[in-house]
Design a protein around this ligand. Sequence first.
Ligand code: ADP
Length: 395
Amino acid sequence: MNASVLVINCGSSSIKYALVPSEPDRPRLAGLAERLGGGDAQLRGVDSRGESFTQALGEADHTRALEAILDRLEGRRPFAVGHRIVHGGESFTRAALIDDDVVDAIERTSALAPLHNPANLEGVAATRRLFPDLPQVAVFDTAFHQSLPPRAYRYALPDALYRDHAIRRYGFHGTSHAYVSRRADRLGGLGGGAWLTAHLGNGCSTCAVWQGQSLDTSMGLTPLEGLAMGTRSGDVDPGLHAHLSRQLGWSLDRIDEVLNRNSGLLGLSGLTNDMRELEAAEAQGHPGAALAIEVFCYRIAKSLAALSCALPRLDGLVFTGGIGENSALVRERVIGLLPHFGLQLNRTVNSETIRGREGRIDAGGRQLWVIPTDEEGQIADETRQRLVQKGRNHT
Ligand code: ADP
């Protein structure tokens, strides 16, 4: 049976896609259309033989890019489309079959993710036009964290801000934390374990997962809260905004820009947000690079220690994302900052577990895993599950 799902992650000027077959050993067709809306859009990707291609798209919009993507599917027709949607607010606790009501509900949540949800919806609209007969499913970054209890999702703010304006912690990277924690359950033979997961890419977040449910996570109302990231500050004193405004005369837009784009690893190092370059610079004695890595690792360890309060016990830690999967140095330093957690790192296996390889890196004690994330695979799985449930409800 053909159960390939076309996974679409649509940004304001880009579309990431993957055609995910249900058989894990069949190759995926995947790629990225970027610079959409400008005059020099292009599509890059890999075909079924694993060969890369680049195609100039000229003045393409989202619809034109999707048509070009369709041509690259080598005649393989998906049976459904799964859309990554960043913010589902409190309306969506799981994936949803897209219809006009669901689109309206996502639109109503756009105030919480003004940069992401409208772009995601543009992809939904173009895909519905191009594939009117295919079922389309919305898979939300926030949905996995809807299991957080109030003590974890409420800010200590006046109640009306939550009741009237939905101001609360939502959490993001839900598909990644869901995928790696389920995979850790399977690999660790625990069946519903208590995990701390660290997704460390350009965006970074931690999560406490118990019996397959997220109980707390480091990101909040927006993806700016929590860890120090590539270019994002993560947690700062909430008084910082008023201070910068009153003392330096900065506008809210400027503060937003600095905290989102000029901070984190880039801001601290004054060099780059790329962990590979920072590791190389630190080895050459660059003090900014050394400080950036130190703050980055300390903040991860501190966040994991804090999130351990959400769990009834701790079975282990999982690292994922570009840095979590590849940087043996970051993993070793984070684990070294948690001596009271009873973690024993196998340094040899840790240094060999790189380039997207799955591996167990402990030397006994609590389990330590490196698990390459698979957000596309998770979105495809949730899309299939949603459609199976719909089928059951109709019979
Ligand atoms: P995104 O969040 O944009 O999807 P990724 O998950 O791809 O990003 O992570 C990007 C980060 O992973 C960058 O900081 C990059 O330097 C880092 N990274 C990739 N490969 C390595 C490596 N071999 N060693 C250290 N860091 C790496």
